[in-house]
Design a protein around this ligand. Structure first.
Ligand code: DC
Length: 245
């Protein structure tokens, strides 16, 4: 698909390709939809939840308290976090997003369930958000990115060219997560996953700084009773309509 350059870059580097933001609560299918959309568009994918996860992982490894904002910000300054190109190893697979920290591959280690809440804990600290803000904006310098998170359309890129807010009912989000966990061998009750999903929603939506919130100009997509294909199809055609020559 051909994409028009829709806005001038704020720097002197000339015009840039579009920035697409996808925000929403945990488990709405954001990460999978973002991967498929970015792959389809040939854009880079920046998964900002991964930044908070890497920081939490390194803090646990280095015995830095998850409540010490200043120490976490100092730790963040030492981390070089890079995203690789989306890759599909077998036909029909969801693309894999390689994540590196200081040249080590942390793609799988940041996905363990405990790091979800640990990332949520560090993400509510103002010093941490401040430390990761300029890094996130830097990824957008050249455009041609899909960036997913909680505050992309509201705080990181309020002028993003196309914004989505992807949500689904708590029960359906928890059930998806439970399916994934049990499939990978975890012994966990659905009720526990529903409780954890509510707790994380509550923490992400009610924190003082950059809470999870739909931007007023974001397209709302409720994935509760829709297939992934359908959701990604709507996103791709919205981007096409807004950015096509
Ligand atoms: O999307 P995720 O589950 O990988 O994100 C992990 C945590 O990081 C999530 O609970 C909230 C936080 N987060 C955030 O505060 N802001 C973002 N832009 C992305 C994630």
């Amino acid at each position: 698909m051909t994409l028009k350059i829709v806005k001038d870059a704020p720097s002197d580097k000339g015009p840039r390709l579009p920035i697409v933001s996808i925000d929403g609560p945990a488990g709405a299918g954001k990460s999978t939809a973002a991967r498929l959309l970015a792959y389809r568009l040939g854009f880079l994918l920046i998964d900002t939840g991964a930044l908070y996860r890497v920081l939490a992982l390194k803090a646990l490894e280095e015995d830095v308290s998850l409540a010490d904002g200043a120490a976490l910000a100092r730790l963040a300054a030492r981390l070089d976090i890079q995203f690789g190109k989306l890759e599909i190893r077998n036909e029909g697979e969801i693309p894999r997003l390689p994540v590196f920290c200081n040249s080590s591959d942390v793609t799988d280690s940041i996905r363990v369930p405990e790091l979800g809440m640990a990332a949520s804990n560090v993400s509510k600290l103002p010093e941490v958000r401040e430390a990761l803000l300029s890094l996130q904006r830097k990824y957008g310098d050249t455009g041609g990115i899909v960036m997913e998170g909680r505050d992309i359309g509201t705080v990181i890129f309020p002028d993003a060219d196309v914004k989505f807010f992807l949500t689904a009912s708590v029960e359906s989000r928890a059930r998806r997560r439970w399916d994934e966990l049990t499939l990978s061998g975890a012994d966990i009750q659905l009720e526990q996953v529903i409780g954890e999903t509510r707790a994380r929603d509550d923490q992400d939506s009610n924190r003082a700084i950059s809470p999870l919130k739909q931007a007023s100009d974001a397209t709302l997509i409720d994935s509760t009773s829709r297939s992934l294909d359908d959701v990604v199809g709507e996103m791709a055609s919205t981007v096409r309509t807004r950015c096509h020559k």
